[in-house]
Design a protein around this ligand. Structure first.
Ligand SMILES: [Zn+2]
Length: 251
């Protein structure tokens, strides 16, 4: 091989590497731009950042209902704290292409300390493999005759080593009647499949049934309901509610 061919090959390889690098940078840039654009369609991140960076700000950010529903609303807030991410919220780590399907309520306390209560009466189930979650089936108070579900998760230590669900609802519980306000467990920071720490909170969503009456996949927005009319609070991100969120009649 002549020196000239070698140099040409090396040059071609360097060119290819350069193109790959450019493509990778463009992908990273597009990803960052998507998160920045998406988070700009929401007002949820500034109060969440304040909640974690300045604990003294917490009393001024938290919605504290002590289990009392808003006037005329069927559901009571399942946990007190900052109602951070809302329904259909595109703020990071979500995006406009995959928005948040429920509410993230950030409690003030350590893992295992902030209580979580049933939002409404119904039949509670916990699948045998669920460490951090329970789900309750209800007759829909806003559309009687239809079955809906409320889902509560992150009730375990970050690594799943301890569940914070009360002993009354062991794995495998199937259709146990609970009243509104029944203690279900305590907020945790269970990360599940997430590689990053998530911070103490309750994730709560209202989930539709499938044709057989089973709950659908709550990770898809179209399987969930806007919780606003159930709680009597503006909980749909399209309202851009300031924090703390309180009871309202128009949402
Ligand atoms: Zn969530």
């Amino acid at each position: 091989m002549t020196m000239e061919v070698k140099v040409k090959r090396r040059g071609r390889r360097a060119h290819r590497l350069g193109l790959l690098l450019l493509a990778a940078l463009a992908l990273v840039g597009a990803g960052a731009a998507l998160f920045i654009y998406s988070s700009a369609q929401s007002n949820s991140l500034p109060p969440i950042h304040r909640w974690f960076s300045d604990p003294a700000s917490r009393p001024a950010l938290a919605t504290v209902m002590n289990g009392q529903p808003c006037p005329g609303a069927p559901f009571s807030l399942p946990s007190d704290g900052l109602i951070g991410l809302l329904w259909n919220d595109p703020a990071a780590p979500y995006t406009v292409f995959g928005t948040h399907t429920g509410l993230d309520i950030f409690g003030d306390g350590a893992p295992g300390e902030v209580p979580v209560y049933a939002a409404y009466a119904g039949y509670l189930s916990r699948l045998p493999e669920w460490k951090a979650s329970v789900i309750i089936r209800h007759d829909d108070p806003l559309q009687p005759g239809r079955s809906i579900w409320t889902y509560y998760t992150h009730m375990a230590a970050w690594d799943g080593s301890r569940s914070f669900i009360v002993e009354a609802f062991p794995p495998g519980t199937a259709g146990q009647w609970v009243e509104r306000g029944t203690l279900l467990g305590y907020q945790g920071d269970y990360t599940g499949n997430s590689p990053a720490p998530i911070g103490l909170h309750l994730h709560f969503s209202i989930v539709l049934s499938d044709a057989d009456g089973a709950f659908t996949n709550e990770a898809r927005l179209t399987n969930t309901l806007d919780p606003s009319p159930y709680f009597g609070m503006p909980l749909n991100i399209s309202r851009f509610p300031s924090r703390p969120i309180g009871c309202a009649t128009n949402f």
